[in-house]
Each structure stands twice: as structure tokens, then as C-alpha cells.
Write a protein that binds this ligand. Structure first.
Ligand SMILES: Cc1cc2nc3c(=O)[nH]c(=O)nc-3n(C[C@H](O)[C@H](O)[C@H](O)COP(=O)(O)OP(=O)(O)OC[C@H]3O[C@@H](n4cnc5c(N)ncnc54)[C@H](O)[C@@H]3O)c2cc1C
Length: 486
């Protein structure tokens, strides 16, 4: 029976990101996907700076950037076309070292993730591989899958398995956990068009039409791609909604049939749900397998990539150092609170688009210079898990500082923990860690001062594990966290 360090079920964006993050450590990885190839049609069209930072770690940004555009933000308008809320995404580099928000075409990302995976000798991708059984044992996971072309059955073993197998996850079923419905279930049509010629009168931003008669969304996507989404009223049947007549009639205020190619029309039931249990022994779930949210904020895939980033270094630590229950348990507790905030904010945004105008999407809303309400993006912290909750810096994302003219923090420290020390502080154990001394970096020194710390320990996923103010505290921080990758 073949054996691997890690098996990943599902090669969508969550599985592709996780596999890349683990492949960087040199582990043997088998990826099983039941489809013949990747899903060629668009779903996700937006991601943010935190996610681009993960792509930077993987090493795909150089090639992938040319398939993205910077997103200018979202406007919410009422039925009289009056702007009732603005969500600007200013073209300004954020603390993560990238622009706040990008637009992309999901198949372009999946191609880049796969291309990078093919450069690793110990990564094996099997398509047409339908996983049917997963059994957890003390030191291994046993997996049974069926090749859907020749109907052959295969059995393999793996030290860990992660199910990134989407909304109808077999892994979730096998670990016998349920999804809790968080309350938003609505049928929407999604229509993707490719313009034949550029059309200047189409908005350059995302527009949410907060109109009780017909809640809808317009997305300015990459190149000539444009998307419209609209809620389906209860009395309409799906066939009618997907008919060419109905769609072009809906699109009339924006565009004529002769001006674009209809690339795709489909109906989704937007859901909000979260799995109760994300782990059983050596088996985990991540991405849509663990949580679902409506797409109003463009954060569903982003959440799956955050899962991958959180889980990858923990599995790597277990494989490199030793199996550690506490570190593996922290995956769900840290991630679920963070994703819940995205789900709940997205649900409120959905209600706002449904024209329940009185609803407050987030607390971060103020009036801008023109008297229009303006919203800021949310930045949820990690839930409790590793590190001390009383440490105010723990669980915050560490900014990506420029270390010199050419390179940023993540270019130097791509998969390891980093101990950052302000000038004048000394510690005996520091030589065991990737070390960065702030003395020659003014911005970093100011940052440490602002967060009242002389030292911080940054995890491989760029979140702060803990902070300290004396040599003794630093030694204790390092001793307590000996599982962290050096
Ligand atoms: C209309 C729409 C718009 C969206 N827009 C955005 C957006 O702008 N931004 C954003 O962040 N998110 C967005 N999302 C959400 C995003 O598309 C999903 O969250 C994301 O694709 C989920 O990725 P995943 O890797 O978890 O799962 P998936 O992409 O669903 O991949 C799961 C994989 O598992 C495989 N698989 C399943 N079962 C098995 C099995 N038994 N054996 C082997 N393989 C299996 C499947 O073949 C598939 O390849 C949108 C979603 C929709 C519907």
C-alpha cells in the first residue's frame, strides 16, 4: 500500500493553496480530485491583500498578477439609483504589502496553483479519483478511492488527510459532523458575460443594487468579463429565469444582447453554514467543506485560503517535530471565530442588498465628505488557540515591512517563525530562531513601540503568537512555543 505524508481531497483553491504551502517543506503529498480537470467556469472573482500575501509565500504572484486587476470598491445604491453606502478600496498598499482588494478569474488562479505544484517532485495529483472512504487510526489515515475512468479501487495510507472537497464534502461526512445553518438561504442567478468591445458606461466598481423589487449585484471583472447576479423571486421557476429572454430582459438597463457573449448562466443557493467539528484525529476539513457564506463580500474562497495558511504550518510542525494535539486543536478554535465574523457580516450585507436598509453591516461605518455613509473592511482576529489571550498582540496579523529596497519581510521569511527584537534587547535562545533585529529598520522599531513590545514571535502564517518585554519573558515565550517551526 502506498504511503504519503499528507493526502488532500479536492484540488480547488483551498486544496491547491494548502498543497503548495506543505510542498514547500518537502513532504510527500497526494492530491485526489474526482473531476477530470479543474472547474473551468468562473465562481470567485475577488480576493484581498491578506490572500495575496499567501500567494506571495507560495511564489505565484509574479505570474498571477498579470491576470488580476485592482478592485476599486463597492457602491450600494437604492431603487432611485442614489448611493446609500460606499465601501471604497483605496489604491494604497496596506500593511500586508499589497493593494486592499483584487479581481480575478478563478480558473486563472487554479492554473497557477497547479503549475507551481508540478514543480515539486514529491507532489502527486490524481484526477478522476473519487474518494469514498476515510478511516482515522492512531498513527495514520486509511483512504479508499475509485478511479472513475477504469473503475479500479485504490487503498492508500497517509499520516494526515485534509478534506478540501467543497460544500458536499465526503470528508465531512466521514468524520460524522454536521453543518450548522447560520440563517441565510437564498436563490440567486449568476450571469457571466464577456464584452465584445469595451463599454465605457458600465461602472468601474462593484454595484450592489439594494432594491426590494430586484436585489442585484454588478461586478467589474478582469479584462472584458462582467458579472451580474440577481435574487430569484419565490414565484419564478429556474428554467424561466435561465432562459435567454429573461436574462437579456433583466440586463436591458446596462447592456444589449449584441454587445456581449453570454459565457455562463447558473443558479446558486447562497447559504451560510459552519461545520461543528473540523477535525477527527488526523483528518481535517478546510474551505467550503468547513464553512459556507453568500458571495456579497467575495470572501468564501478567501476564508478557505486562510484555513490552509493556518493549518499548513501546524501539520508541518507535527511532521517535522512531533504530533501535537494542542497545536492541531487550535486550528478550528482559531479559524472558526474569524470565519464566523466574515459569514455574519456577509449575511448582514445580503440583507442590506435585499433592501432591509436599516440593517447595520458593520460597526466601521462613518459619513464621508459628501455625507454618504462609508464602510471599512473588517479585520477579524484569530479565535482563542495558541498563545495567551491576555497578550493584546496575539492573533493580530504582522505587517509586511520593507526590509530593503528590493525585498519585503515575507520574501526573506517564507515558511518559518521569526523572532523580532527591538534594539538593545538580548536573549540567549534567540540563535535557534529566524531572527530579525529592528535596529536598522525605523518602521519596525516604531511598530514595536506602538504595540508596547520589545519582542514578538511571528508564526509562519504571519500572525503574532506572542509578545514580550524582557529577556526573561522572551525565553519563556520561546520555551512555551517549542513546537513552532525554526
Ligand atoms: C457565484 C459565486 C461567487 C463567488 N465569489 C467569490 C469571490 O468573489 N471571492 C471569494 O473569496 N469567494 C467567492 N465565492 C466562493 C468560492 O467560489 C468558494 O468558496 C471556493 O471555490 C471554495 O473552494 P474550495 O477549494 O473550498 O472548494 P471547491 O472549489 O468546491 O473544490 C472542491 C474540490 O473537491 C473535489 N471533490 C469533491 N468531492 C470529492 C471526492 N469525493 N473525491 C475527490 N475529490 C472531490 C471537487 O472536484 C473540487 O475540485 C463565490 C461563490 C459563488 C458560488
Amino acid at each position: 500500500m502506498k504511503e504519503f505524508d499528507i493526502t488532500i481531497v479536492g484540488l480547488g483553491p483551498a486544496g491547491g493553496t494548502l498543497a503548495n504551502l506543505l510542498a514547500m517543506h518537502g513532504f510527500s503529498i497526494l492530491i485526489l480530485d474526482k473531476e477530470k480537470s479543474f472547474y473551468p467556469l468562473p465562481r470567485a472573482v475577488h480576493f484581498d491583500d491578506e490572500i495575496m500575501r499567501v500567494f506571495q509565500t507560495i511564489g505565484i504572484t509574479k505570474d498571477f498578477l498579470k491576470y488580476t486587476i485592482i478592485n476599486k470598491g463597492t457602491k450600494f445604491v437604492n431603487s432611485k439609483q442614489k448611493v446609500i453606502l460606499d465601501w471604497p478600496r483605496p489604491k494604497k498598499i496596506t500593511d500586508n504589502g499589497w493593494y486592499p482588494s483584487y479581481r480575478f478569474h478563478q480558473p486563472d488562479l487554479e492554473k497557477q496553483l497547479r503549475k507551481k505544484l508540478k514543480s515539486y517532485k514529491k507532489v502527486f495529483i490524481e484526477q478522476n479519483a473519487n474518494v469514498v472512504k476515510i478511516i482515522n487510526s492512531k498513527n495514520n489515515v486509511n483512504i479508499k478511492y475509485l478511479n472513475s475512468i477504469n473503475n479500479k479501487i485504490f487503498y492508500i495510507k497517509s499520516k494526515y488527510l485534509v478534506g478540501c472537497d467543497g460544500a458536499n464534502s465526503i470528508t465531512r461526512t466521514q468524520i460524522k459532523t454536521k453543518m450548522d445553518n447560520l440563517g441565510f438561504t437564498q436563490k440567486w442567478a449568476v450571469v457571466d458575460l464577456i464584452l465584445k468591445k469595451n463599454k465605457k458606461n458600465l461602472p468601474d466598481r462593484t454595484i450592489q443594487y439594494s432594491n426590494p423589487k430586484q436585489p442585484a449585484t454588478y461586478c467589474r471583472n478582469v479584462g472584458r468579463r462582467r458579472r451580474w447576479e440577481f435574487a430569484i423571486k419565490k414565484n419564478l421557476n429556474d428554467k424561466k429565469v435561465l432562459s435567454e429572454n429573461y436574462i437579456w430582459n433583466f440586463l436591458k438597463p446596462w447592456i444589449k444582447k449584441s454587445e456581449a457573449i453570454l459565457e455562463r448562466k447558473t443558479i446558486y443557493t447562497f447559504k451560510s453554514a459552519i461545520a461543528r467539528k473540523w477535525r477527527k484525529g488526523r483528518i481535517f476539513i478546510a474551505g467550503d467543506a468547513a464553512h459556507l457564506m453568500p458571495p456579497f463580500m467575495g470572501q468564501g474562497m478567501c476564508a478557505g485560503i486562510r484555513d490552509a495558511s493556518n493549518l499548513a504550518w501546524k501539520i508541518a510542525s507535527c511532521l517535522r517535530i512531533k504530533h501535537n494535539e494542542a497545536i492541531l486543536n487550535s486550528y478550528q478554535s482559531e479559524r472558526s471565530l474569524n470565519v464566523k465574523e466574515y459569514i455574519e457580516t456577509t449575511m448582514r450585507m445580503g440583507e442590506f442588498v435585499n433592501a432591509v436598509e436599516s440593517i447595520q453591516i458593520t460597526k466601521n461605518i462613518s459619513s464621508n465628505d459628501q455625507g454618504v455613509k462609508s464602510m471599512q473592511s473588517i479585520k477579524p482576529k484569530l479565535g482563542k488557540g495558541l498563545g495567551q489571550l491576555k497578550d493584546k498582540n496575539r492573533g493580530k496579523i504582522f505587517p509586511q515591512f520593507k526590509l530593503n529596497k528590493y525585498k519585503n519581510f515575507d520574501d526573506y521569511f517564507s515558511k518559518k517563525a521569526v523572532l523580532i527584537l527591538s534594539s538593545g534587547i538580548k536573549t540567549k535562545v534567540s540563535k535557534n530562531y529566524s531572527l530579525l533585529e529592528a535596529k536598522s529598520l525605523k518602521n519596525l522599531s516604531i511598530y514595536l513601540k506602538n504595540i508596547n513590545s520589545k519582542a514578538i514571535l511571528v508564526r509562519p502564517d504571519r500572525f503574532i503568537l506572542g509578545s514580550a518585554n524582557s529577556g526573561k519573558q522572551i525565553s519563556s515565550l520561546i520555551k512555551k512555543n517549542s513546537f513552532i517551526l525554526r
